[in-house]
Design a protein around this ligand. Structure first.
Ligand code: MEV
Length: 314
């Protein structure tokens, strides 16, 4: 039996903009998806035991099957000739926006490689998981699978010409507490990514200006993290949320949680990931602030993940 894991992630700066070549920053979280893979008699059978949003696994089932077929093809196998029993679990909740699909793809790719005795580098696993991500995100940037494969804090810029993406490991003085909160709405990343591309085409002037601001924010965010200026990081996250509202990927539940986090004293808050539901992220340095923000959200009936950004290798 082959085993593998993939990190969950949260995007601090630049979701959606990264798809169009703007740099972004993602951080792995200290939870991962785990997979086991065993050669079977017939078909591709997935047992998904990840905890989290009700309905997540069912809603993503078709995309999941397509993603596995894409992985097998990329690994040089014909999905029709391969029979596998795949189990998915781990402590990464199946929330939309936490990179659950990319984390599971990386976990499965590693487990398939182990089951078939293939010695694949992390770079190769990342490429395979990128192909798998296309099933979930349509035209993904690659930031999710990169964070899921390598972990840590990542500066990412997609190479729109098709060559290697820019991937840099960043460091921060010390990991910082964050609260990730799930709206409970299972979002369709593919539709969200396609919607942005469509509106960008319809309103080039407006969108070009916003994309320019997003690029500036990513650079400022990187600088603020290097300086460990957490107030500034939070302020920039707030600005990033505003830009995401402008490109119509937030929703009232995300905005509500973002406001609640700020009211409770979070240094900054924004949606994270594809939007249209899924998760938001708040910067809450120190255990006490983290608890206060998380509790306010839980009291409103939302599920949270209390973790840290900038953990070196989780
Ligand atoms: C999803 O976690 C991030 C998006 O930017 C899509 C992508 O980058 O592939 C919305």
């Amino acid at each position: 039996m082959g085993r593998g894991s993939g990190f969950g992630k949260t995007i601090l700066f630049g979701e959606h903009f990264v798809v169009h070549g703007v740099p972004g920053i993602a951080s792995a979280v200290d939870s991962a998806a785990d997979a086991t893979v065993k050669k079977a008699q017939k078909g591709i059978n997935v047992t998904d035991e990840r905890s989290g949003a009700t309905g997540y696994a069912e809603k993503k089932k078709l995309q999941q099957l397509e993603s596995i077929e894409r992985m097998l093809t990329t690994m040089g196998m014909n999905p029709k000739d391969v029979a596998l029993d795949i189990w998915l679990g781990g402590n990464l909740p199946g929330f939309s926006g936490l990179g659950a699909s990319a984390a599971s793809s990386v976990a499965i790719a590693r487990a398939i490689a182990a089951e078939f005795n293939l010695d694949l580098s992390d770079e190769r696993i990342n490429d395979i998981a990128y192909e798998a991500e296309k099933a979930y995100a349509g035209n993904p940037s690659g930031i999710d699978n990169t964070a899921a494969t390598f972990g840590g804090l990542i500066w990412f810029k997609k190479n729109l010409a098709g060559g290697s993406n820019m991937i840099e490991q960043l460091s921060i003085r010390e990991p910082v507490e964050i609260v990730i909160c799930n709206t409970g709405i299972v979002a369709n990343t593919k539709a969200m990514v396609a919607g942005v591309a469509e509106r960008k085409k319809q309103n080039p002037t407006k969108y070009d200006a916003i994309f320019g601001q997003a690029e500036e924010l990513a650079h400022k965010g990187r600088h603020a993290m290097k300086e460990f200026d957490l107030r500034q990081v939070g302020k920039l996250m707030d600005e990033n949320h505003y830009l995401l509202q402008e490109i119509e990927v937030s929703c009232k539940e995300l905005d509500y949680l973002v406001d609640l986090a700020r009211e409770m004293g979070a240094f900054g808050a924004k949606m994270t990931g594809g939007g249209g539901g899924g998760c938001m992220l708040s910067l809450t340095p120190g255990k006490e602030l983290q608890e206060a923000v998380a509790e306010a959200m839980e009291n409103e009936g939302f599920k949270v993940l209390k973790t840290k950004m900038g953990i070196r290798k989780v």
